[in-house]
Design a binder for this molecule. Structure first.
Ligand SMILES: Nc1ncnc2c1ncn2[C@@H]1O[C@H](COP(=O)(O)OP(=O)(O)OP(=O)(O)O)[C@@H](O)[C@H]1O
Ligand SMILES: [Mg+2]
Length: 533
């Protein structure tokens, strides 16, 4: 079968492929849907079902795992994990049965460990199944889209998830690049900068890309920004609050809350077409107008604008210089236009907010929920050229607790750093620890991710008589290495971090076997929307 493109979304996932005629096709899952929820429901008989329910819509007796992408490849020593989870608009695992303990997801029920890689693996298995059923062919290879800011560990975890699903990853592609590639195939785009604004269920990602070559569709990510607690969910919340106000239902009534959520989701989608919508919430008639919605959503729009302005500000100066130098064209124009991506792009007022903050045109939204998978499919079919860049900065920790950046984020690969020189922390030490970090926070080393460490031995001399040299190299195969040596010709010590696997081959096979039994127990018929509630 063909190599498929997969969008493993935080909220929804989808699959696409390019057929022999060169047409990109999003694989339909049901009547008119081409995406399925990135959730796993475990019912009381321990049956695992992928993508059957959105969070909160599962049967009362079932447990549901969702937003697993947010914990995939993150470690408990990742300083930002806790705060990222705290900021969630809803509890991570609604029933409290699945939670994060150290580096694993623990399922307290059947006394069994469930890793985020297994859950992502199940979602990928569903993507594979859907594609096989549609094409009536075995699918073995795929291109998976991942956020541009994904770290080394998050990329490795995605690879492990694919292995667990029985898929070979031909290539990982950045989500914004994938979406931009899909746009470039739909409409002719001129070479230049584009701002991709991707608003999904719970994440808002902004990326500035450069289209280097219109005919080969070669995009390079130049800057990224975002907020991973901002998305369609926030607008659903706004509507839920409006519905509580209008119906007088209490937020603490869990049954009313469930109905309000379902109604809010419906109202939201209908408001993207109509100025006024009517409906009932638990037998109470309600009317909501677009004007009411816009007014209550103002704080969410403000957050959206802040992210866009922040991302553009970071690069504005740089771009001005670059463009002036390279093309001698209008230096005030930062980008050609905004490319809207993500299911929540149709939220009333959203595109106006984007236009206002970006100060540029917005291309008419097209297939917003399908673009990422479609772009991955174009890459899979060899219909786009990608230039890889480092996803994060690389540096080493200095003894004052700061980080010396050796390779900047978005540097073209392979990226060797200049050689940096430094001295031991104190006089008469016999060794200095070199810690390789991934991230951009140069002020606080601990806010970056530790990739590895080693000691470089040196003569016991006053600190200013010892000169330690260090150099980092990021190669095309995603391996990262750092070497350190002494200026006076001392021994060279080095450390190579090739995507440190969490699982060895045997463990991966074991997880795959577990997933196969879980997956086989699912009903062959996909439950229809609304079957559960
Ligand atoms: N017509 C519509 N109007 C407004 N919002 C919509 C509409 N259709 C879908 N949405 C919202 O889009 C969101 C899902 O978007 P999408 O499928 O792009 O998510 P995702 O890519 O999985 O999420 P993420 O980008 O966070 O990983 C949901 O919040 C949903 O309510
Ligand atoms: Mg998405």
């Amino acid at each position: 079968g063909p190599t498929v493109g997969i969008d493993l979304g935080t909220t929804n996932s989808g699959v696409a492929y390019v057929d022999e005629a060169g047409k990109c096709i999003s694989i339909p899952l049901s009547q008119d849907k081409c995406v399925f929820p990135s959730t796993i429901t475990v019912d009381k008989r321990s049956k695992w079902t992928v993508g059957a329910h959105q969070p909160g819509q599962q049967p009362k007796s079932a447990r549901i795992a969702f937003l697993t992408k947010r914990v995939l490849g993150r470690k408990s020593n990742d300083g930002r994990l806790r705060s990222d989870l705290e900021g969630l608009p809803f509890e991570l695992y609604t029933t409290g049965d699945l939670y994060i303990d150290g580096e694993s997801l623990v399922d307290k029920g059947p006394d069994e460990l469930v890793y985020p890689e297994e859950l992502a693996g199940l979602t990928l298995m569903e993507a594979k199944r859907v594609a096989e059923e549609h094409l009536n062919k075995r699918i073995k290879k795929c291109v998976i889209a991942i956020p541009a800011y994904f770290t080394h560990d998050q990329r490795q975890a995605t690879r492990d998830a694919a292995r667990i699903a029985g898929l070979e990853i031909v290539r990982l592609v950045n989500e914004p690049s994938a979406a931009a590639i899909a746009y470039a195939h739909k409409s002719p785009l001129r070479d230049g900068m584009y701002l991709v604004c991707d608003i999904g269920g719970g994440t808002f990602d902004v990326s500035l890309l450069r289209l280097e070559n219109q005919s080969t569709k070669a995009f390079v990510v130049k800057a990224t920004g975002g907020d991973n607690c901002l998305g369609g969910e926030d607008f659903t919340r706004v509507l839920m609050d409006l519905l509580y106000e209008k119906t007088g239902f209490s937020k603490d009534d869990s049954d009313a809350a469930r109905k309000a959520r379902a109604a809010a989701e419906q109202f939201k989608q209908r408001l993207s077409r109509d100025d006024e919508v009517e409906g009932d919430v638990a037998d109470v008639e309600v009317t909501v107008t677009k004007a009411e919605f816009l007014e209550k959503s103002a704080p969410v729009f403000e957050r959206i604008k802040k992210v866009i302005v922040g991302t553009l500000r970071e690069r504005r100066k740089f771009i001005r210089e670059q463009e002036a130098r390279a093309e001698g064209k209008n230096v005030e124009k930062v980008f050609e236009c905004v490319l809207p991506v993500g299911g929540a792009s149709f939220t009333p007022g959203y595109l106006d907010a984007v236009r206002a903050a970006a100060g540029g045109d917005v291309l008419p939204p097209q297939d917003v929920s399908l673009l990422v998978a479609q772009g991955a499919a174009y890459v899979a079919a060899g219909r786009a050229v990608l230039t890889d860049v480092t996803s994060r900065g690389l540096g080493i920790k200095l003894h004052d607790g700061s980080m010396e950046l050796l390779i900047a984020k978005n540097a073209a690969l392979p990226a060797p750093s200049p050689v940096k020189e430094f001295q031991p922390a104190e006089d008469f030490l016999e060794a200095t620890k070199i810690e390789l970090l991934q991230g951009e926070n140069t002020e606080r080393a601990e806010d970056n991710i530790l990739l590895g460490e080693f000691d470089i031995g040196h003569p016991k001399r006053p600190s200013d008589e010892v000169r330690i040299m260090a150099q980092a190299i990021a190669s095309v195969d995603e391996s990262i290495s750092v070497a350190a040596w002494l200026e006076d010709g001392g021994k060279k010590e080095s450390l190579t971090v090739t995507a440190v696997p969490r699982f060895d081959d045997r463990e991966l096979d074991r997880h795959r076997a577990k997933n196969l039994t879980r997956f086989n127990t699912r009903s062959s018929k996909r439950p229809r929307e609304g079957d559960s509630s």
